[in-house]
Design a binder for this molecule. Structure first.
Ligand code: HEC
Ligand code: HEC
Length: 402
């Protein structure tokens, strides 16, 4: 990547374009590390584990089911009830509330195709099994195959798109029904990509050596970016174009859950994943090579996994408050304060040595928040368009009278 940017040219350029009282010149190492957080958007690729990935009929079916409350036990909870498209596909609540109130924060659903583990504890190794869980989960939608089949058959477009995607009509007796429905939902979710951000524009301006465009990136965000890369070591975990290395970490949050439980995080997630019949080791993985199951095959729950949670992407944070797996921070300011004042005893008890209390000044905290905000689009993206119906399922036009 560095090569593509033309390091020597960039260096001279960066020194002249960015040196200034409020904008320190970027070093070669910093430029390389900025480059590593793009380009954006990432190219879409087919999911080999999902045979309807990229299938137009499945995408439309998945979209329609996502908004359909009839999949739930009380016919009132849809995926979109918690994953609201105009709120970055989350709900703004501390913890999700379906049939009952849960203990974890509802994550946004952009940019899922590039993720490897799903759920805060990584309890799923593929997007369709993560989409199947809420349909059946008695705390969320409490659905079952017969209810799903009935909903599908009651509306001709759902029925038609199902039949087009899977080559047969939906029947509750079909053991594949729920998996197919989840694969269709996943095929739609895969298409959700968040828009470019001020940070992406800055990175792109650096890449094409456009000083004028790069200067539009606020000085405060640029200073925050430097804290993020250097002193904060944030990019060790929040790496790459998604600002996540896709793995799990312990940031020293309490793992107690009211009234008197604990959330074991990744340790529990690995156990759930290995016991799940819909994981990539099971019969429903459509990748004949099974190459996509290698990561799962070698997983074992270990002591150090206790209290670890998925490193979340930092894109779209402006849309997705409150933050962390338990929604315990209402603002980015609070998240930054947490990293600034970390309790080292709690943290290093089990070997997490990257994080140290940063002891940021007020001004530095504001800079880091400004940087984090620059990872969201300027305006909230509109609800995604309804994917077109496939030709076989479009309502035929009425013939003009003779
Ligand atoms: C009651 C609110 C609620 C409903 C309804 C709901 N979800 Fe979720 N969703 C959540 C919560 C909370 C999590 C985090 C779960 C966890 O980590 O244990 C989540 C996690 C996910 C994830 C994993 C995302 C990631 O980044 O790891 C996917 C995918 C997802 N939901 C899709 C769906 C689909 C599809 C539906 C409908 C079939 C649905 N959800 C219904 C609250 C909800
Ligand atoms: C050791 C890996 C690691 C490092 C280093 C790290 N983080 Fe995190 N970050 C995580 C994990 C894991 C979570 C989720 C923790 C949880 O919910 O329990 C998280 C959560 C967050 C969130 C909340 C996102 C959301 O959607 O809820 C923000 C914002 C954030 N980190 C910013 C930062 C900043 C800024 C730094 C540097 C000061 C940083 N992180 C350093 C691992 C890390």
């Amino acid at each position: 990547m560095l090569k593509r940017l033309g390091l020597a040219a960039l260096l001279g350029f960066a020194a002249t374009a960015f040196a200034g009282a409020d904008k320190p010149a970027l070093t070669a190492a910093e430029l390389g590390r900025i480059a590593a957080h793009g380009p954006w958007p990432l190219p879409w690729t087919v999911d080999p584990g999902n045979r309807v990935s990229g299938n137009a009929a499945a995408i439309r079916l998945g979209h329609d089911l996502f908004f359909d409350p009839r999949l739930s036990a009380n016919r009132r909870v849809a995926c979109a009830s918690c994953h609201d498209p105009v709120k970055g596909f989350q709900d703004g609540r501390r913890t999700g509330r379906g049939l009952v109130t849960g203990t974890r924060n509802t994550p946004g659903l952009f940019n899922l195709r590039q993720q490897r583990w799903f759920g805060w504890d990584g309890g799923h190794d593929n997007l369709w099994s993560a989409s199947l869980r809420p349909i059946l989960d008695p705390r969320e939608m409490g659905g079952k195959a017969s209810r799903v089949a009935r909903a599908l058959r009651s509306k001709s477009t759902l029925d038609c798109h199902y039949t087009e995607a899977f080559g047969k009509r939906p029947a509750a007796s079909d053991p594949e029904l729920l998996v197919n429905v989840a694969k269709a939902i996943a095929s739609w979710l895969e298409t959700l990509v968040s828009p470019a951000t001020p940070f992406d524009e800055f990175r792109a301006a650096l890449a094409r050596q456009d000083a004028q465009a790069a200067a539009a990136y606020p000085a405060t965000a640029q200073r925050g970016l430097r804290i993020f890369l250097d002193r904060g070591q944030c990019a060790t975990c929040h790496a790459g174009p998604l600002f996540s290395n896709g793995e799990f970490g312990d940031t020293g949050l309490p793992f107690f859950v009211k009234p008197n439980g604990v959330d074991p995080g990744r340790q529990g997630g690995i156990k759930l994943l290995l016991a799940n019949p819909y994981n990539l080791l099971g019969a429903h993985n459509d990748d004949a090579t099974r190459d996509n199951a290698t990561g799962t095959k070698h997983l074992r729950p270990e002591h150090r996994n206790f209290g670890e949670f998925k490193v979340p992407s930092l894109r779209n944070l402006r849309l997705t408050a409150p933050y962390m797996h338990n929604g315990s921070f209402a603002t980015l300011r609070e998240v930054v304060k947490h990293y600034s004042e970390l309790d080292e005893d709690r943290l290093h008890a089990d070997g997490e040595r990257i994080l140290k209390p940063l002891k940021l000044s007020e001004a530095e905290s504001a800079d880091l928040v400004a940087f984090l905000e620059s990872l969201s689009p300027r305006e909230a993206p509109p609800a995604p368009a309804v994917p077109p119906a496939v030709a076989a399922c479009s309502v035929p036009r009425r013939r003009a009278p003779p």
